[in-house]
Design a protein around this ligand. Sequence first.
Ligand SMILES: [Zn+2]
Length: 71
Amino acid sequence: MTEDDIEAIEKEMLEELKRPQGRSILVCPVCGSTDVTYYMDLKMGYQYQCKSCNYVGVLVLEADVTSSPEK
Ligand SMILES: [Zn+2]
């Protein structure tokens, strides 16, 4: 392995670190839909709303974007 190779790997690792950590999508705990948006309730505060089943609540699942099976 040459010095250039090591430099390239180091650069790659730095790029990896720069990426936003914990990038995930919101998943509805009721129907499993990813069509979940933030929902602001004046009384209850910050919640989530599922557009598929109209679930509203503070509980929401998070799925990793990279491992999401969208094929
Ligand atoms: Zn839902």
